[in-house]
Design a protein around this ligand. Structure first.
Ligand code: M29
Ligand code: ZN
Length: 229
């Protein structure tokens, strides 16, 4: 049986390259975002990053064994501009990374600081490629929006629609329906400043196919919303 990748010393990031060669590449994610050396690019400011999503019902949530994932292919969605050149990217799925405590859990860090969690909205380049799987084989195939979670007293209503279903999928591989309508737009922070770099999938197969767009402003969730076990 193929070895399960994970985060232990015997199957974690330090040994992923044994089974997933791209994990040993030169543009691996996540990274620590060093704000003092991040440079602003006036070109990006000229081409505003724009997004348009649909509200979706009948979505299903999966326990991936490392968090939750919602498959949300939206042919009517568009992510474009900013670092994406002239290409249009379409939403495929969104998922979350969190840790054992709210002191950690994000994949990217900022000046060495981890956030309580990180939401990823995964898009693929429909201008150049015919499928998500094909796009994931190319350096400009995917665009992922990263949104940090900060823990506070305010619950995030849209995240609540998701995490309120987790008690039904306690084990890896379990699915359940999300009874509510989800609008991905509501996951994004009000301040739309971001860092961007060319990177990879942060988990196996670690393909170096991602244009990362990591929002500077976190969204606030409660401790319960981001430390679910
Ligand atoms: C080629 C197959 O590709 C996949 O299965 C992609 C799965 C996958 C999608 C997104 C991410 S992340 N955390 O970088 O947003 C990691 C892994
Ligand atoms: Zn992710």
């Amino acid at each position: 049986m193929a070895a399960e990748w994970g985060y232990s010393p015997t199957n974690g990031p330090d040994v992923w390259a044994r089974l997933f060669p791209q994990a040993g590449g030169a543009r691996q994610s996540p990274v620590d975002i060093c704000t003092s050396i991040a440079s602003s690019d006036s070109n990006l400011e000229m081409k505003k990053l724009t997004f348009a999503y649909e509200s979706q019902s009948d979505l299903r949530i999966l326990n991936t064994g490392h968090g939750w994932k919602v498959e949300a292919p939206q042919s009517g969605s568009r992510l474009e501009g900013g670092p994406l050149g002239e290409d249009i990217y379409q939403l495929e799925q969104f998922h979350c990374h969190w840790g054992e405590t709210s002191a950690e859990g994000s994949e990217h860090t900022v000046d060495g600081r981890a956030y309580a969690g990180e939401l990823h909205l995964v898009h693929w380049n429909t201008t150049k490629y015919q499928s998500f799987a094909e796009a994931a084989q190319h350096p400009d195939g995917l665009a992922v929006l990263g949104v940090f979670f900060d823990v506070g007293n305010e619950s995030n209503d849209e995240i609540e629609k998701i995490v309120s279903t987790l008690s039904e999928i306690k084990f890896k591989g379990q699915f359940t329906d999300i009874p509510d309508v989800i609008d991905p737009t509501t996951f994004l922070p009000s301040g739309l400043g971001y860092w961007t770099y060319l990177g990879s999938l942060t988990t196996p197969p670690c393909n170096e196919c991602v244009i990362w767009i990591v929002y500077k402003e976190p969204i606030t969730v409660t401790e319960e919303q981001v430390t679910y076990h």
